[in-house]
Write a protein that binds this ligand. Structure first.
Ligand code: 5RP
Length: 230
């Protein structure tokens, strides 16, 4: 009788999907690179292709440092008109490819770079796949002077917004702004929700990625990488 195989760790699942994402990177191109622990695995894997690609557009100081440390050239987003592919993780992804992102506070730059890309490939472990968005506290980047009124607007929708802290102080994003994390929302209509909240004065970026949804999700499961095309 063979012994049951050990469960695959979340870290190993991230490595699997990070490597699988290389299939979507085309030689000669600039690739869009997101932020987070899963993307870090992709960046490690991308080192094996560094002489074949032109470089990357990055969504955070952290990813930029990792890319440059591996010898991958990082382009300013303004220098690029279009990207063939953008690779990033998610905090939640649903059956339509709509996502909640921003757990790593990089949502604004992530949305900007995703908007340059023809294809968003989401890399995630199976725990991120959900039936409907909203269990993960929704990150919203805000101009600090608008935080209280945005908090009241979310309360009117049944959400409890909390200022994200780091070392006891409000976290300051790469863009110099703050993050509200909103609990208690059920986001049943992601497109309409994103459109509505994006219009509130003082909202820089809402962490619902519906207009910039994923076209492909590479999901790390106990059985291996499952590819979901939307
Ligand atoms: C950062 C993000 C990340 O993609 C998201 O938080 C997932 O991160 P991880 O791969 O570490 O679970 O949106 O702003």
């Amino acid at each position: 009788m063979t012994a049951p195989s050990a469960p695959i760790s979340p870290d190993a699942l991230k490595t699997l999907v990070g490597q699988a994402a290389l299939r979507y990177v085309r030689a000669g191109e600039i690739v869009g690179v997101g932020t987070g622990s899963t993307v870090n695995k992709f960046i490690e894997a991308l080192a094996s292709m560094k002489d074949q690609i032109a470089g990357a557009v990055s969504c955070s100081k952290a990813s930029t440092e990792r890319l440059q440390a591996l010898g991958i050239r990082v382009f300013d987003a303004n220098a690029v008109e279009k990207l063939a592919v953008y690779i990033d993780g998610a905090d939640e992804i649903d059956q339509q490819g709509y996502m909640v992102k921003g757990g790593g506070a990089a949502l604004t730059r992530e949305k900007i770079v995703a908007a340059l890309a023809e294809q968003f490939v989401c890399i995630a472990d199976a725990s991120k796949l959900v039936d409907s968005l909203g269990a993960f506290p929704l990150p919203v980047e805000v101009i600090p002077m608008a935080a209280a009124q945005i908090t009241r607007r979310f309360a009117a929708l049944g959400g409890q917004a909390q200022l994200r802290l780091k070392d006891g102080q409000p976290l300051v994003t790469d863009n110099g702004q703050h993050i509200l994390d909103v609990r208690g929302l059920r986001i049943n209509q992601p497109l309409a929700f994103e459109t509505e909240v994006s219009q509130w004065p003082g909202v820089v970026t809402v962490g619902v990625f519906a207009h910039q949804k994923a076209q492909v999700c590479l999901l790390g499961t106990a059985e291996g990488v499952r590819t979901i095309a939307y």
